[in-house]
Ligand binder design. Sequence first.
Ligand code: TMP
Length: 213
Amino acid sequence: MTGVGRFITFEGGEGAGKSTNVRMLCKAIKALGYSVVTTREPGGSPGAEEIRRLLVEGATDRWDPVSEALLHFAARRDHVEQVIRPALQRGDWVISDRFTDSTMAYQGYGHGMARESIEALQSVTIGSLKPDLTLILDLPVELGLKRAGGRDNQETRYERMADGFHQRLRDGFLDIAAREPDRCVVIDAKRALSAVKSAIRKTVAQRLSVPLT
Ligand code: TMP
């Protein structure tokens, strides 16, 4: 089916279950007959995936907050130009595991970079592009880090940052949601996966007027 592409993003701290839920939602939207592109940040295009390695591996203090934000936006610009805009122009749905709210939460609320600076970089790199719907998967920091720690991978640079950092970014995501209630919905992700999945389907059905049950 072709139509007006919709842009959905998943956000949240470490171990919130975003990737599992991106897969679930992709399947559900495809079953309605839409073309769906799933993607992630940092990454999502060949160039951005190369930048990803610089961000998710290595010493926690290898970048200062501004350099780090610039790398995230360099990756995002490439991802948007190469993947997201073309998909939306074709009328596909795009579901991204993280997008600009992660920069505001992690580099802004977490590392203390000013909101206005992040908004300025956002405007230069991606203009007015915004998701139609952002699902913020929220759970206590301790639980998220425990879940993330059980995964077997090298990409632990952010997980290794201090607990206070993770608490600030959790609070940051909740503040972002409170500022933009028309775009953002907070999903309680500490529940069993089946309950989280069902809350996501209901939210997408209501907000984007599609018959998901
Ligand atoms: P992931 O573990 O969800 O794949 O994301 C990689 C890490 O990158 C995650 O710890 C959050 C972090 N991140 C930022 O700090 N700023 C950003 O703008 C993005 C997209 C991710």
